[in-house]
Design a protein around this ligand. Structure first.
Ligand SMILES: *Cc1c(COP(=O)(O)O)cnc(C)c1O
Length: 405
């Protein structure tokens, strides 16, 4: 019965072109990858889809730091943080992260998590009890949506970036605790939340601002300190979540916030308590990643990334000017996430396939992940891309544009 039920749904998805398949990388994370799929021979692809914004995922110094961490700490942590899995390596990483955020959140303490998904579930379920209301941007990441659903708190959503709507919702709210939750960089659009205005609203309405900086940490702001540094915000009202599997090149996540909030998470956050701590070697390697990000290498890589972003936007604008009838639109994004909005689902799929035939890997993103009529190619750039890589992508798109016209 269960298997028949699932097979029926799988067939439905297949018929709608929505069945998802994994490609298997045969080589490390990098723009040039050998990948295989469905038992067919492996192919060389030039990828524009990872979140490895600084090209650190395959950095020899980080691979070495991971190996060194394993030599020093062994392979696993052995238990959850509250039992016996919390090591000096984890504690030292938390101290580094607290110091990293302290200029923006005075007095902050930091707490590490296995993944950003778990950190967001932890935050929203542990802070969002029955005396709270959670206010969320409609384009927030799935992990924030799931966290809000799991929480006992009341929930309110506001249309993307519509802060006048949020202000009305806050003014009408009667619960003693108010939590505003937002992505700092929206993952399907690449645009930045207006964090200064959100913080002002939080202050005005005695609310707290939870910032998910998955795509800003390591990339935005001086020394890659993230979106709070980018905007120069200072407040004890900010609860910051950063992920360590994107720009930081490894994996894991952390929350930095008022010490009482961190203490409470340790007491009450089930995704923190009921899971095995990450291997201490990972925490050890993450400290090296922070040093790379904040140092000269990080600065150089952020500069390269900015050059690639400017190059891609310039070339794509020229291409669209040449083919106005296509109706393509480049999202208004200054970050490494550069969506090319093409409209119809079939158009986005056909484009992704045309690029694939040319050895270019760019994912097509369709509803329900994005609003109907805004299907897109989600191009992500990395400091590891060369100018030639970006040129190849735009050449591929130019050929696909001619085919479509
Ligand atoms: C990737 C991402 C997460 C989840 O982080 P993981 O460490 O991959 O679980 C959370 N929020 C946003 C906005 C993300 O892009």
């Amino acid at each position: 019965m269960l298997i028949a039920h699932l097979n029926r749904q799988l067939l439905e998805r297949e018929a709608q072109g929505l069945r998802r398949r994994r490609r298997t990388a045969e080589t490390p994370c990098a723009p040039q990858q050998r990948v295989s799929e469905d038992g067919q021979p492996a192919r060389e692809l030039l990828a524009f889809c990872s979140n490895d914004y600084l090209g650190l995922a395959n950095h020899p110094a980080l691979a070495e730091a991971l190996a060194e961490g394993a030599r020093r700490w062994g392979a696993g942590s052995g238990a959850s943080h509250l039992i016996s899995g919390h090591s000096r390596a984890h504690a030292a990483l938390e101290e580094d992260l607290a110091a990293w955020l302290a200029p923006w959140i005075p007095g902050a303490k930091a707490l590490t998590f296995c993944t950003g998904y778990m950190a967001n579930l932890a935050l929203l379920t542990a802070l969002g009890d029955a005396s709270a209301t959670i206010f969320a941007d409609k384009l927030n990441h799935a992990s924030l949506i799931d966290g809000a659903q799991l929480a006992k708190a009341a929930g309110q959503r506001y249309a993307h970036g519509q802060l006048t709507v949020l202000a009305r919702q806050l003014a009408a709210c009667t619960t003693p605790i108010k939590l505003i939750v937002t992505d700092a960089v929206f993952s399907m659009d690449g645009d930045l939340a207006d964090l200064p205005a959100l913080l002002a609203l939080a202050e005005q309405h005695d609310a707290w601002l939870i910032v998910d900086d998955a795509h800003g940490f390591g990339v935005l702001g001086p020394q890659g300190q993230g979106s709070l540094a980018h905007f120069g915000l200072h407040s004890e009202r900010i609860i910051y979540m950063g992920t360590l599997g994107k720009a930081a090149g490894l994996g894991g996540a952390f929350v930095a916030a008022h010490p009482t909030i961190v203490d409470w998470l340790v007491q009450a956050a089930r995704p923190y308590i009921y899971t095995t701590a990450t291997p201490p070697a990972l925490a050890h390697a993450l400290r090296e990643s922070l040093r790379l990000i904040a140092g000269a290498q990080g600065a150089r890589r952020r500069e390269q990334l900015l050059q690639r972003i400017a190059q891609l936007r310039g070339l794509l604008s020229a291409l669209m000017a040449k083919h106005p009838t296509l109706g393509w639109r480049l999202a208004d994004s200054a970050t490494a996430i550069q969506p090319l909005i093409v409209g119809e689902n079939t158009t986005a799929l056909a484009l992704a396939e045309a690029l694939d035939r040319r050895g270019l890997w760019v994912p097509a993103i369709r509803p329900p992940t994005v609003p109907a009529g805004t299907a897109r190619l989600r191009i992500t750039l990395s400091a590891a891309h060369s100018a030639e890589d970006v040129q190849r992508l735009v050449d591929g798109l130019a050929q696909a544009a001619k085919e479509q016209e």
